[in-house]
Design a protein around this ligand. Structure first.
Ligand SMILES: [Zn+2]
Length: 44
């Protein structure tokens, strides 16, 4: 799920899996669909 967050008076969209920030919700959604990070990195 993409998380909306405010930073530097801008709205960002954060990939909940890896924490990457996007300025576009669609970009964030698309990234997250392909994100290979599975939450907290307890698997090394
Ligand atoms: Zn990600």
């Amino acid at each position: 799920m993409v998380v909306q967050t405010e930073r530097d008076d801008m709205t960002w969209y954060e990939c909940e899996k890896c924490g990457l920030l996007f300025d576009d919700r669609d970009d964030a959604s698309q990234h997250e669909e392909n994100c290979d990070s599975e939450g907290p990195s307890y698997i090394q």
